[in-house]
Each structure stands twice: as C-alpha cells, then as structure tokens.
Ligand binder design. Sequence first.
Ligand SMILES: [Zn+2]
Ligand SMILES: [Zn+2]
Length: 447
Amino acid sequence: MSTLEDLKAKAQAAIDDRAEWLIRNALTILDNPEPGFHEIKTSRFVSEKMSELGIDHESGIAITGLKGVVQGGKPGPTVAIIGELDSLRVLDHPHTDPDTGAAHACGHHCQTPMMLGAAVGLMLPEVLENLAGNIAFIAVPAEEFIDVEYRWGLHQNGTLGLMAGKQEFIRLGAFDDVDMAMIVHTASDSQESTKFSIGGTSNGHVVKFVKFIGKASHAGGSPHLGVNALQAAMVALNALNTQRETFQDQNNIRLHGILTQGGVSVNSIPADVRYEGRVRGRTAEAIADANGKMDNCLRAGALTMGAQVEIVTIPGYLPMKNHQGMMDIFKQNAIEIVGESEITTHPADRNRGGSTDMGDLSQLMPVIHPYTTAATGSGHSVDYVVQDYTQAVVNPAKAMAMTVIDLLYDDGQKAKELIDNHTPLFNKNSYLNFQNSRLTEERYIGE
Ligand SMILES: [Zn+2]
Ligand SMILES: [Zn+2]
C-alpha cells in the first residue's frame, strides 16, 4: 500500500504536468463569460474537459450544472469538489463580452479548472485505489445572484425552484449523496495579503425584485393626469437611507440595489419602474428586520405618489460556516505548497460582507471556502484581473486534491470522524422549508 505522502506527491506531480492545459482552460472560459443560468458554452466546455479526464457525468442540472462521481478503491464518504460556472456583468472590464456585458470579474473562470486539476491528481489509478469513498466533481451555475427579474421569470414558469445554483442543486437532490464539500475562490491582493486565506464568514441575504406601477401621461401636456412611478421609487430609496442609522454595526447590514428600468420615453410620465435589490446581514434575524424596514420604505414611496408597488422577496444565501477540521487539513496542505508565511487564518466571525450560496451548503454539511490570492484590483469591478494563474488554478487544485487524499485515505477515517462529529444547522427538508418561508409576494396600493 502506498503511503499518504507518496499519493500526495504523485497527485501534485500529475497536476504540475497538466498545469499548462489547466491554465489554458481557464483562459478559454475567461474569454467566453456567461452570467448565471446562461452558462451554455461554459458548461459544454467543462463537460468536454471532464470527459477528456474520463469523468462520467450528468449535465443540465439546474439548467447548466454538471456532476460526475468517481469511486475510490473502497466504499466510504463522498467529498465534493465544486467549481462555479458563472460570470458577472461588468461593462468595460478588459474581458467583457461586448454583446452581453458579461465578464469574469470575480475569478470564477479559474474554479472549474481548479476542479479539473484536482481530478487530474485524484484520478491517478494508484491514488484512487487507495481511497475509501467517492469524489464528486460538481460544476454549479449561478453563484452571483444577478439578473433577478430573469430568474424570477424562470421560477414563475417552473424552470427553477430556488434561484441560485447550489440552492437549486440542493433542492433537486444533487447534494443528497454528498457528505462534505470544498471550493476555492480567487481573491485580490487588495483583499488578502498572503497566497491562501482560510476561515471567516460571509453575510446572508434576501433578494428583492420590485416594480413601481404608476400611470403614463404626457409629461409636458398633462403630467397631472399621470402617476409617476419613478418619483415613487426615488422616495422609497431616500426613505431607505433614513433607516441606516437604525442598524447595529455587529449585524453588518448592507442595503443596496439598482434601477433596471426607469421609464420608457422621456416625454411620458414613467409608469413602470423596476428595482433589483439586496438585504444582507450577519444573521437571519437581522436580515428579516432590515427587510421589514425596506418593505415599509417601498410602500412609503408608493403611498406618497398614489402608485402601486409589487414587492417580491426571494430567498437568498445563508452565512458561510467554514468547518474547522477541514480547514486544518487544507491549511497543512497549503503550507506544503506555498509555505506557512503565505497562509492567513481568519477568525470565524471575520465577515467579508459579501455572500455566497456555499453558505447554504455549509449549513447542511462540513464545507470549506478558502481564498487564493491571485488577482489585482477590486472584486466585481473593471480592474479585477487574475494575474498569477499558477496560484489561481494549479496551487488550489493541488491543495484540494491533497485534502481529499487526507480525508479518504486509511479507510476514510478522517472524513468519517469529521462527519460523525458534525452537527449541521439544517437537514435538506428544514433548509427547504426555511427558504420557502422567505419567498413572499406583495402588491401594495398606495392610496
Ligand atoms: Zn462575486
Ligand atoms: Zn465569486
């Protein structure tokens, strides 16, 4: 039987041998950005690469998702390695698709190549036969919760239940056979100062889709006959700002959004104004409180103008909970790759402010979501550019492969121990009940 160290060394060497191929794959995805639930080309591309590596897989899960499960030499727990398929929409990024405005300004183009890289190491016959358990290679759609109206439409026509990739994977049962999971996300040198960082949490959120409905009329000739939905929205957004002093710092509330439609013709009083927004916070209770205040503000805008407002509240993400035992293993492996001085461990309550649906999964099973610092610029912005592709793709692939080997070596003792000692906050049913309870629709008539 090969030693643990042998297997890890062989996996690392195999990943190094394919480094150029992995990086080329990341650059291909970078040049073909597609936002959530539109990742048709990306999904097909990753599917081809999984087939090249001999990973049998399902496709079309939650529209564009992929999943392949590979069995080790003996039965045991299933560990998932996840990559996200989706891009953002960021105009004027150096890699923006001019037709769609889509751009990889969050580094997700590196994630499925990381997953493929881990597969290169783990699927060496000598490695695989020494593992007790399965490895699930999962490419998920739609982590960035954007294009809210589009997703609400997909929900209404029955295409989607929950409206983000991992959430919908959970609902569809695609994580039913998974016991623990990991993903590595790129970070920028403006966010992190070492090559890897682990630990910390993220905000949870709910997502808002809001329509202010007024009455059109000639904006010059007869504005008094109209009901101005844009003015209603302006009052609502100003009212929202009056609430900020009521939020307590420790709840880390973030209220933000965009007007996606402000009217149709400049010479007509706007009658249909649309807003997509977010209520983020550290706990479900704090989010619910801030969300109630947001709804009051939206109604206040409608009331002021005698307009109507339709408010859809969509279940968003849960806070991220990194599993300590998995973090410890990942950290040791990351140290082997980049050295101890290049690892930062954040305390569990260090909140990054943003949100991820990996948080949802982390409330169901042991999960880690480390960061690899490989970009410059500011996340979700025109200047967020991955610079160091070895650190963006190759090193995280190695760290994840080595972590899986640690978990599933020796009859999968380590994985079993961590799973047995873990108490998740939710099971699948209670999670789905909770999320469904957060989905609400309201039409308020301001009169
Ligand atoms: Zn992002
Ligand atoms: Zn991201």
